[in-house]
Write a protein that binds this ligand. Sequence first.
Ligand code: HEM
Length: 350
Amino acid sequence: MTTSKLAVLTLFALLGSVSCQSGGYYFYPTPQQPSPTPSPPPSPQLMVGYYKDKCAAYVDVEAIVKKHVKATDAGMQAGLVRLLFHDCFVRGCDGSVLLDTFSNDTSLTPEKFGVPNFPSLRGFEVIDAAKAEIEAACPGTVSCADIVAFAARDASNFLSGGGISFAMPAGRYDGNVSLASETLPNLPSPFTGFDQLVKVFADKGLDAFDMITLSGAHSIGRSHCSSFTRDRLPPSNTSDIDPAFAATLQASCASPNGTDNTVMQDFKTPDVLDNQYYKNVLAHKVLFTSDAALTTNFTSNNLVRAYADFVPYLWQQKFAKAMVKMAGVEIKTAANGEIRKTCRKVNSRS
Ligand code: HEM
C-alpha cells in the first residue's frame, strides 16, 4: 500500500472517531500497540458555564481569566498550556502544581520544584493575577484548578489565531497536597519511547490517540537544552535527528559558562499552535526522543502523517477534544477538595 493510501485510510478512521474516539478499528491492539485503557467516565460535577450563577453579583469569571492570558506573551501562553498538563498528571487537575508548600507543612518539597517542573514550568504569576481579581469580585468560589484549565484553553485559542476554540467544563475543587516526589513517576520524560508514553497516558485514562494528539502542543514554546542534548545530539548515535538540525541545536546549546540555554520547540512557526509539529516529526526535526517516538509505531506513524498532511482543522478539532479530556483527569469535589483563597497555599484549618 502506498503512503498516501495509508494516510487516507487514517483520515477516514480519524473522522469516524469523532463520535467514537476510542472505539473502532483505529487503535486495534497489536503486540506493539498496547490496548488503550477505557476513558474514565465523564466527571458528573464538571459543566460548561459552571460559574454563571455562582457569584452574588454577576461576575464573568472566564472573561477575567481570558483578559490576563491575553496580556501575556506567546512564551508565557505556551507555559500555561503545559501547566494544565503538569497539573492534571500529578494528583489530577486540582491546582496542586501551584502550591508553594506541601500542605500546611513546609518541610516537604511541593510539585513545582520537582525535576520536570523546575525551573522550566511557567505561568504561575498569570494564574495568581487572575485569581486575585476573581477573588476580589467573588470570594471563595472559583477554584485555582479551574483557572488553570480556563487559562490553558485561552492560551491555545490565542496561539492558534482562534483556530482552536472550545468550551471548558468547570467545577473542579483544589487539592491540598503537593509533593515533588510524585512528579517524576507521573510525568513522562523526554527520553521516553513509544510504549512507555502510551502507558503513562493510559495511567491517567488517556489513550494513545490522546497522547499523539496532545503532543502537538510541542509546536509552541521552548525547551532547555538539558532536555535533549544527552540522547539526541552527537556523540549520541541512537538518535534519528536530521544532522543539519542537530548542528543548529548544538550551536544554540553551546555554553562556555555552563548555562542551560533554551531553544524553540518548533523551528518553523515557534509561536503558533498548529500542525507544523507533525511535519517536524516526519522531517526528523524535533527535540525529544518522545517526539521522534511517534513514528516508531505503525499506527501512530499513520496518525502523524494524517495530522501533518491534511488541513490543520483536523488536528485542531482533535486537540480541543483531547484538552477537555485531559482536563477531566481525577477531579476533586467538595468532599476531598477546597476552594483555595490564594493559589499558592492551602486554606488554613483554624
Ligand atoms: C508526550 C509526552 C511529553 C513529554 C515527554 C514532554 C516533555 C516536555 C519537555 C521536556 C519540555 C521542555 C521543558 C524544558 O526543558 O524547558 C516540554 C515543553 C512543553 N510541553 Fe511537553 N511533554 C509531553 C507532552 C505534552 C503535553 C500533553 C502538553 C500539553 C498539552 C505539552 C505542552 C508543552 C509545552 C507548551 C511546552 C513549552 C513550555 C514553555 O515554553 O514554557 N507537552 N515538554
